[in-house]
Write a protein that binds this ligand. Structure first.
Ligand code: HEM
Length: 135
């Protein structure tokens, strides 16, 4: 069977338990038959019904078995049009890279803070020593 193409608008019309479509990695899935069987519950699936569920699906870290079930639910490809929500990909994990570089910035900040703190403590110590010598 030739693969059907769906627009985002078509997918977003299917948000009920009886007819639940969602987009994962730019493929369109009809999840209606699986809603009652989902180990994670029907609520989470209904939450992302008619939307791009890529992030939600990947965030859970679904097993290979879950991916096989998903493959069986596929009904076509998503045909993106201008104005559609941007594709959600797991490349969001690349922001982890920038997060680690910013945590490097935190490291430098912490280092500076400790240095200043140590200098202040040393200054206060000297000051107290000087005062006690005067008495
Ligand atoms: C059609 C898409 C989906 C399929 C085929 C699917 C399938 C599965 C399967 C088979 C499991 C059992 C554990 C595993 O094998 O990884 C599972 C667990 C789970 N799923 Fe999904 N899932 C889908 C979408 C989602 C979405 C969009 C969410 C949104 C948050 C979600 C949330 C969860 C959660 C929280 C669990 C863990 C349940 C637990 O361990 O108690 N799933 N799913």
């Amino acid at each position: 069977m030739a693969e059907k193409s769906f627009t985002y608008a078509e997918v977003s019309a299917h948000t009920t338990k009886k007819s639940l479509h969602m987009v994962i990695h730019d493929k369109v899935y009809d999840v209606s038959s699986f809603v009652d069987e989902h180990p994670g519950g029907e609520e989470v699936l209904l939450d992302v019904g008619g939307q791009d569920a890529t992030e939600a699906f990947e965030d859970v870290g679904h097993s290979d078995e879950a991916r096989e079930i998903l493959e069986g639910l596929k009904i076509g490809d998503l045909k993106r049009q201008p104005g559609d929500p941007a594709p959600k990909t797991t490349s969001a994990s690349s922001s982890g890279g920038s997060a680690s570089s910013s945590s490097g910035g935190v490291g430098v900040g912490l280092y500076a803070f400790l240095l200043i703190g140590a200098a202040a403590a040393y200054g206060a110590y000297q000051y107290l020593q000087l005062n006690s010598q005067k008495q």
